[in-house]
Design a protein around this ligand. Structure first.
Ligand code: NAD
Ligand code: MLT
Length: 310
């Protein structure tokens, strides 16, 4: 019987599918060396964002036929190394679209109304209504960087809240953007005009540190930025400086250059900054969707059926 290693928390719905065709070992929190030591026993590896599948892991995975990422981004997998060894890499491109979009929207509203800090204050026994005066999103301009699946859903909801929409995405047409209700603009203009900016792009060599001190300097002093896409797209040190010096009004981050987030100036900032521990896809619904989607693809490959590549 085939053997599957599940090295990040995956919904039971996915484990049940895999168990029909394979022996499934769930071993989360493995150190890279521990994973490298045991991966040679397995025909398939199923992960979320917690496991980094490096070239070394792939080289050690002598039996591996497939790596399944229960989510969208495969940036934690060395896809080139896997492909060289004939290992298929699959993902779930749509299973967590709504969850991630809703998290970005929740971050935008939480930032605007200081909900996390106001909640913490009431729970401490305070009743401070002055500190937490917020801002409305109605009639404000939202700049969406990356108008793919998540960016488009954010656009639809933001439009219903009365926001004006700008988008930057070099790979989509003006017509497509207009269909979604967005005016397609260059990145600089988006940064100059938006009151809120939300990122929905993959992490690639082109998007690493796309948002840096220079880009942040273009933002309006009342503008806020949200990153529920990938860590490393925003230069965190430059962002902390911009928030601390008040050159921008705030930021909400779900993803970080290094996860879990270690020592960071971001942690020391006040209500202008909201940090969540990579929760974009963490809804019950999305976790069932991605687990089933990827487990079915792994099952099919283990049964010798063709796979859909990420
Ligand atoms: P998608 O492929 O549907 O959309 C991405 C869009 O980004 C595309 O339209 C593409 O044209 C555009 N793009 C690519 N490079 C760009 C660039 N340099 N500048 C501007 N636009 C660019 O993907 P999606 O499903 O919308 O996901 C977007 C991102 O969100 C992914 O990176 C994914 O990893 C991340 N994500 C995070 C979470 C989370 O838990 N926080 C959950 C799901 C997805
Ligand atoms: C993704 O790219 O789908 C997300 O990072 C989801 C996850 O947390 O696994």
């Amino acid at each position: 019987m085939s053997k599957v290693l599940v090295s990040d928390p995956i919904d039971k719905a996915g484990i049940d599918i895999l168990s029909q065709v394979a022996t499934v070992d769930v071993k989360t929190g493995l150190k890279p060396a521990e994973l490298q030591e045991i991966i040679g026993e397995y025909d398939a590896l199923m992960i979320r964002s917690g496991t980094r599948v490096t070239q070394e892991i792939i080289e050690a995975g002598t039996q591996l036929k497939i790596i399944g990422r229960a989510g969208v981004g495969v940036d934690n997998v060395d896809v080139a190394a896997a492909t060289r060894k004939g290992i298929v890499v699959v993902n779930s491109p749509e299973g967590n679209t709504i969850a991630a979009a809703e998290h970005a929207l929740a971050m935008m509203l939480s930032l605007s109304r200081h909900i996390p800090d106001a909640n913490a204050s009431v729970k401490k026994g305070e009743w401070d209504r002055k500190t937490f005066v917020g801002a409305e999103v109605y009639k404000k301009t939202l700049g969406i960087v990356g108008l793919g699946k998540i960016g488009s859903h954010v656009a639809n909801v933001a439009k219903a809240m009365g926001m004006k929409l700008l988008a930057y995405d070099p790979f989509i047409s003006r017509e497509r953007a207009e269909q979604i209700g967005c005016q397609l603009v260059e990145l600089d203009l988006l940064f100059q005009q938006a009151d809120y900016i939300t990122l929905h792009i993959p992490k690639t060599p082109e998007t690493a540190n796309l948002i840096n001190a220079k880009t942040l300097a273009k933002m309006k002093p009342n503008a806020r930025i949200i990153n529920c896409a990938r860590g490393g797209i925003i230069d965190e040190a430059a962002l902390a400086t911009a928030v601390k010096e008040g050159t921008i009004a705030g930021a909400a981050l779900d993803v970080f250059a290094s996860e879990p987030l270690g020592e960071s100036e971001l942690r020391s900032l006040g209500k202008e900054i909201i940090l969540t521990p990579h929760l974009g896809a963490s809804t019950a619904e999305a976790q069932v969707n991605v687990a089933i989607d990827v487990a079915e693809q792994i099952r099919d490959v283990l049964l010798g059926l063709p796979a859909r590549s990420a």
